[in-house]
Design a protein around this ligand. Structure first.
Ligand code: MN3
Length: 227
């Protein structure tokens, strides 16, 4: 069943979107993609990420990626293709799909790997980290370098590539799942280093934002993503 016929059978109620988030089905004429609800409140990540930044980031920036992605695919075959499939074959799509589809995927991912409660990686995850990087500190230092040295806007990532953990970064709203990515793999952790993600609180001090990010990592989710 494609997305359109599915929406045609469901007039209201809750279902799971192709991205895996529960959402309300607004009706037959729903746009294909919609903004996932945050799994916590806007102020939940204080003091590391302030409430106003979270509100603008989610309700305006992420919403704009969703709105513009829907505009870019309306009337095209992409309307009935999952976002993961679109991302995997992104070289076949116009820039508007790459930028906004990437924006929607990356932000949906980002909200899930943040946690209001400070977490420690499990013993098992630490073992894997030690095997790949030597220590958690070394992983963090390599990740921080990728995040702070990404020129302009983009993301830094921890990925699984051929069973190994690696650090990489991408420009704009690209990600390592895209066929055009320089370094490819499955993201298990990522940080948005666009200025809109940190400027209100940290201004030009991206390194301080990256350092604060480690207080928010949802290690349970990271471990889950590695399976
Ligand atoms: Mn962003």
């Amino acid at each position: 069943m494609n997305r359109k016929s599915f929406l045609g059978t469901i007039f209201s109620g809750v279902f799971i979107s192709k991205f895996g988030f529960a959402k309300n089905a607004p009706g037959v004429f729903a746009e294909p993609f919609s903004l996932p609800a945050l799994p916590y409140t806007y102020n939940a990540l204080e003091p590391h990420i302030d409430a106003l930044t979270m509100e603008i980031h989610h309700s305006r920036h992420h919403q704009a990626y969703v709105t513009n992605l829907n505009k870019a695919i309306v009337g095209t075959p992409a309307e009935s293709i999952s976002l993961d499939e679109i991302i995997k074959n992104i070289s076949k799509y116009p820039a508007a799909v790459r930028n906004n589809g990437g924006g929607h995927w990356n932000h949906s991912f980002f909200w899930k790997i943040l946690s209001p409660q400070k977490q420690q990686p499990s013993e098992k995850l630490l073992e894997t980290i030690n095997k790949n990087f030597g220590s958690l500190e070394k992983l963090q230092s390599e990740f921080n370098t990728a995040a702070t040295s990404r020129f302009g806007s983009g993301w830094a990532w921890l990925i699984v590539q051929d069973g190994k953990l690696k650090i990489c970064s991408t420009p704009n709203q690209d990600n390592p799942l895209m066929d055009i990515a320089e370094v490819k793999g499955k993201p298990v952790l990522g940080i948005d280093v666009w200025e809109h993600a940190y400027y209100l609180k940290y201004q030009n001090k991206r390194a301080d934002y990256v350092k604060a990010f480690w207080n928010l990592v949802n290690w349970q989710e990271v471990e889950q993503l590695m399976k």
